[in-house]
Design a protein around this ligand. Structure first.
Ligand code: GRF
Length: 199
């Protein structure tokens, strides 16, 4: 299966996927990496792995719709079976969702529907929950609202800071991403309403 991975940051989730894909039995290959900004470590990782990369910045387009169309076009060129947002910090638009909506995964660093948005660990800590974690879901038109594929919980410890909790979540998040993407590509999936089933 062909994976296109979208990133905005360090790309540690991307690195975990690349490592998994090195095993032919895993069943997937990362064929391209896209970003919404330059100068991020994740793009360097992709280049070092010999992968094609592309960058589409919103500010280089006359409108958000034009950006969405350009991003859709770039991703489509690589004919992905799955598109994975791994720390990609942009909400895609209608065009993108029409093309990839049933196969566009996002990994989020909180147990949805609690703590959507970009500060999952910080918000979980501020609320005082005792369990935090990561959620893998198919993206829909909302913000962190799509059908959930997998969740992994980690404890919140008394002496946690935002950094220590974020790091504990990221370890679980990477394992969940690699394990679940592997199952999806090898076994397929169906989405019925909000229910995702891997046969
Ligand atoms: C992930 O924890 C994701 O949930 C959050 O940003 C992080 C991406 O990290 N939105 P990386 O770029 O894969 O290292």
């Amino acid at each position: 299966a062909r994976l296109v991975v979208l990133i905005s940051g360090s790309g540690s989730n991307l690195a975990a996927l690349l490592e998994a894909c090195a095993d032919p039995g895993y069943g997937a290959t990362v064929v391209a990496v896209g970003a919404d900004r330059d100068g991020i470590a994740g793009l360097d990782r992709a280049t070092a792995a010999g992968l094609p990369t592309f960058v589409e910045r919103v500010k280089d387009h006359p409108s958000r719709e034009a950006w969405d169309a350009a991003l859709t076009q770039h991703v489509a060129e690589h004919k992905p079976d799955l598109v994975i947002s791994a720390g990609f910090l942009k909400l895609v638009g209608d065009r993108f969702l029409a093309a990839f909506g049933d196969r566009y995964l996002n990994t989020h660093n909180a147990l949805l529907p609690a703590f959507p948005g970009i500060h999952g660990p910080r918000d979980a800590l501020a609320y005082g929950v005792k369990l935090a974690g990561a959620t893998l879901f198919f993206v829909d038109a909302g913000v962190d609202t799509g059908p959930i594929v997998a969740q992994t919980a980690v404890p919140v410890l008394d002496d946690d800071t935002e950094d220590t909790l974020t790091e504990r979540i990221k370890v679980a998040e990477r394992r969940q991403l690699v394990d679940t993407v592997g199952r999806l590509v090898r076994e397929g999936w169906t989405i019925t309403g909000r229910k995702v089933t891997i046969p």
